[in-house]
Design a protein around this ligand. Structure first.
Ligand code: TPP
Length: 622
């Protein structure tokens, strides 16, 4: 299998064989000459799915989106020079959002560097500390020890993408010519016998078997401390921020455990749309106890009108809702941050305890303990006082959230009637409809910056299994389309992308992947002709330069772009949106549903709604 006509080919084949043996399933390739040995080896490999891209920046975001959806590393290959630099934005997002990725950059051999050789840049530490591990592979040679090192590096690189804090890994891969699989004699040849050596042959399966630690049991002292704080709290709260890709799987963080804990202690669960807890079958619990439901999604509209919590357990990254972050900052509460690698992800610095443990393991252990306590209490004839708290014993704490939530959603529904939308259209209504009308299951990718904020505020919790994703690690508006399509490539579920017009423009190259990579999507384009987000900022008052330099209206007609990529394009009004969205989801292919808004009107409507909800919740709470 590893016999090869020259050393570069040998290298490519061995590296790819070992990556496949280590479990790599997919790679994104971008064309170039220096990467030929890698590209040919990947393209020939029967077990690795290949996604071909023309543009490295889009390729990298596609790989990121796929790995974000699967939690498993996707590999990336490019040629030398600025091609490698185009991977950088996605590498940064992968770092900050804990997305596993394996970046393979082809390079000139050392003697051609810093010599004026064409297409040669310093690639050695190109991504700085954004990568978990980086290494330069040796220049290919058919020697026992060097080939062993290659095989071992492949295993190690894959392991490094997920073993502790998941993230990107970079292998720089120098090659000398010839790069194509042509027979050579002399220096670059591989003796026939080399394929019979232990290094040339490799081993059955992976050359180095790697094992990750099992999910560790949580320290009982941590559990005792969280439990006693929660039980004695009058106003306990669970806050689930954006999930790491690894915790999207119920085997890592089972929403049922979070619900069980919340119900046992009478805590509302404030679930970010990206937490994997706002949507799913576990939300059914909301129906059975309507006065004290468990999962809350409308808190961005009312959180600061309610009393502050006195105990908080937080998991995931920092919540999308700024208002929630500020409410937590202002709470005089014991706040536990649960983080699998013990990283600090709370920029107000008000949390009091950092627990380095898998959130899934903490909730599972707590849920088991509460279940045991309840069982022993209900079967016991003693008058033990060690029962878990109930909502009632918390002075209606959860009921207040339930009432506020009800007020929030009632106001939102009123703002979304046909009549209301005709007189005052606003972008939030579309986000509400996107989540409400999405099929079960579905994958929904939401762009920065207003779409995800509106999704946070107007995406009502549902029992449907919706996987909602966004690039919130570094919150760039680059690579959004590619990330969404990468996520879509990893699932048979219908894919919805909700994007702003600037984000759509930014990654218009990414649209090529629809056809090339065989992904279908419903693309909801919120076209407010520029950056609506800037209306939220004080700079709005400084015009000029507000309009020309911040909002940046461009007047682009995106139907021409759809024509270029042969996509169906439909302009819909806000009141037509729901019907057209339903039809698109029921049909094959990709449709772009473009809904035009005036960003200022949208913004003023958000403000009005905000005030109305806060007034109503504040009045209820007096
Ligand atoms: N450049 C990158 C790569 N990322 C960023 N986050 C920004 C610039 C700053 N930025 C944040 S949101 C935004 C900009 C320029 C405007 C986004 O506009 P659009 O996609 O139309 O969404 P809208 O705000 O109108 O909802």
């Amino acid at each position: 299998m590893t016999s090869a006509p020259n050393r570069a080919t040998l290298w490519g084949r061995i590296l790819v064989d070992e990556l496949a043996a280590g479990g790599l399933e997919a790679v994104c390739l971008a064309p170039g000459s220096r990467s030929t040995p890698l590209t040919i080896a990947f393209a020939e490999h029967p077990e690795i799915e290949v996604f071909s891209h023309l543009d490295e920046r889009s390729a990298a975001f596609f790989a990121l989106g796929r790995a974000r959806r699967t939690g498993e590393p996707t590999a990336l290959v490019c040629t030398s020079g600025t091609a490698a630099a185009n991977f950088h934005p996605a590498v940064i997002e992968a770092d900050q959002a804990r997305v596993p990725m394996l970046v393979l950059t082809a390079d000139r051999p050392p003697e051609l560097r810093d010599s004026g050789a064409n297409q040669t840049v310093d690639q050695l530490d190109l991504y700085g500390d954004a990568v978990r591990w980086h290494a330069e592979l040796p220049v290919p040679e058919a020697s026992e020890r060097t080939v062993r090192s290659l095989r071992t590096s492949a295993a190690r690189a894959l392991l490094e993408t997920t073993v502790s804090e998941p993230g990107p890994v970079h292998l720089n891969c120098p090659f000398r010519k010839p790069l194509e699989p042509i027979e050579t004699d002399g220096l670059e040849s591989v003796p026939d016998e080399f394929s019979e050596t232990p290094a040339g042959r490799g081993r059955d399966g992976a050359f180095v078997e790697t094992r990750k630690p099992e999910r560790e049991a949580v320290d009982t002292a941590d559990i005792d401390s969280i439990r006693s704080v929660l039980e004695s709290a009058a106003r306990p709260l669970i806050v689930a921020g954006p999930a790491d890709p690894a915790t999207l799987s119920p085997s890592q963080l089972d929403p049922a455990d979070v619900v069980a804990v919340a119900d046992a202690i009478g805590a509302p669960v404030l679930a970010d749309p990206l937490s994997n807890l706002r949507f799913g079958p576990h939300v059914a619990a909301n129906r059975s106890t309507s006065d004290a439901q468990t999962i809350y999604g409308g808190y961005d509209g009312y959180i600061d009108e309610l009393p502050t919590p006195d105990a908080v357990v937080r998991c995931g990254a920092s919540p999308t809702s700024k208002r929630l972050r500020h409410a937590l900052r202002d709470a005089d509460a014991r706040q536990f941050l649960l983080d699998p690698v013990g990283a600090w992800r709370e920029a107000t610095y008000t949390a009091t305890d950092l627990v380095a443990a898998e959130p899934g393991a903490v909730f599972e252990t707590l849920a088991d303990e509460f279940a045991d306590t309840n069982t022993s209490t209900s079967t016991s004839t003693s008058t033990s006082t060690s029962t878990t708290s109930t909502t009632a014993s918390k002075g209606g704490w959860r009921t207040r959230f339930a009432e506020a939530e009800h007020t929030h959603w009632t106001h939102c529904a009123d703002a979304r009637t046909e009549e209301a939308l005709e007189s005052t259209p606003f972008e939030g209504a579309i986000l509400a409809s996107v989540f409400e009308g999405a099929p079960d299951p579905a994958t929904i990718f939401v762009s920065n910056s207003m779409p995800i904020r509106d999704g946070d505020r107007f995406g009502r919790p549902r029992e449907a299994d919706l996987t909602v994703l966004a690039n919130r690690g570094a919150s760039g508006i680059d690579g959004i389309t590619s990330s969404a399509l990468g996520a879509g490539s990893a699932t048979d579920e219908p894919l919805v992308l909700v994007t702003g017009d600037l984000a759509f423009y930014h990654d218009s190259n990414g649209l090529l992947a629809l056809e090339r990579c065989g992904v279908d999507a419903t693309i909801v384009l919120l076209d407010n002709d520029g950056g609506g987000i800037f209306h939220k900022l004080p700079v709005e008052e400084f015009d000029p330069p507000f309009t020309s330099q911040f909002k940046t209206p461009h007047g682009l007609e995106f139907d021409a772009l759809a024509e270029l990529y042969e996509l169906e394009f439909e302009r819909v009004t806000p009141t037509e949106f729901e019907d057209t969205y339903r039809q698109s989801l029921a049909s094959d292919g990709t449709q772009v549903l473009s809904v035009e808004f005036d960003s200022e009107t949208s913004h003023r409507r958000r403000e009005e709604l905000d005030e109305a909800v806060r007034d109503a919740v504040g009045a209820d709470d007096d």
